[in-house]
Design a binder for this molecule. Sequence first.
Ligand code: FES
Ligand code: FES
Length: 422
Amino acid sequence: MTVNEAAAHREATPPARPRPVKAGADDPVEVRMTVNGTPSVLSLPARVTLSDALRDHLGLTGTHIGCEHGVCGMCTVLVNGEAARACLLFAVQLDGADVVTVEGLGRPDDLHPLQEAFGRNHALQCGFCTPGFLMSSYDLLANKPEVTQEELPEELSGVICRCTGYRNILTAVGETHRAHPGGIPAPGNCGHRALVGRAGQGGNASAGQEDGGAAAASVTDKEIVLLSGDPTIAVEITTGIDLPEEKIWRVLDDIHLLARCLPGAELTDDLGNDHYAGRARVSVGPIKLAFNGLAHIVEHDRSAGRLRVIAQGQDTGGAQTQADITLRTKATETGTAMHADAKVYLTGRIAQFGRALAGDVSRRMFEQFADAVAEAATSGGAPSGPVTAPGALSLVFAPLLDRVKRFLPGRGKRRRGGEKER
Ligand code: FES
Ligand code: FES
């Protein structure tokens, strides 16, 4: 029996323990799995497949879906250490299972040897089959280390490459096999996934919080771990506000007032130790995202004019965001210069949007934030209306509106300069 035949057999008889539950197709069922080393709790309908749960509920879009019939092998993941077709398993079958996806194989700055070999040997063209081939090859080399180069074509025939890159794929797998005669190294990116959200707070998935309420109680003990590597978006923006620095800090000192100035944001809980729970709504093109998440004020130094906040959130569709924002203020001849330096990391479906559009949204949000801070500092209270996140239309018309505003009397208390998107 080849490894792929064995995988097909396992798909017919799922390795995880079956659940004695009777639920309607749309009734939410709680499933606890360890995904890439991170305990995860999902609440989803019984009809949701593992591939959809990974992609839509956990934002792990590296698992590709081709046929959804168990034929193409694109959706191959490891379930309890062995290859399985994620499109043929229901997530509710996998309560208690250990799942590894292609995201768990290696880190961007420390790829798995198989990933290195695929790159070195040009073993991918469009890349659609690559996650399936990587996970299937890992399963083969881990579970059948005695495999020979001649057996590779048949052993890997369970994954279909539409770009006909088979020769280079076989070369890459064979090269990795020969380079590791003592056994293929284990997946190298398990347990690195960042904590997101707070159990029971409106999301349908949470990671790193398998103990529900206990995890919520201890959330302040957990630090937000920012992803390593370059951010998806980096924005630097300097705004001139015609008010003394002292007045600006009256807003920055008051976290509730500050949150009211953030477009689309809402503070829902003070968790202590400068940790806060909150919600944020953002529109990117036609897509509306609602994030639940955490924010931590890591630096609040009025005398140095510095406020640094790190935050992370997840929306119900699996989009995840992390942000590292530093605000600096400096007294000027005419008032205060407020400088925002933001690094934003996006994963999941939101990361599919172009950097230019996501960058425009981020930049526009900071402009709105600066306007709202100026208004709050002037009035001493919250901004008069809700500060909503910018939508696609507002982005299109924003430059036009800016021009019109310049000709209107009584406007332009805020002066902007030094914007930079890296
Ligand atoms: S998508 Fe699962 S085998 Fe094709
Ligand atoms: S590289 Fe395109 S499908 Fe395989």
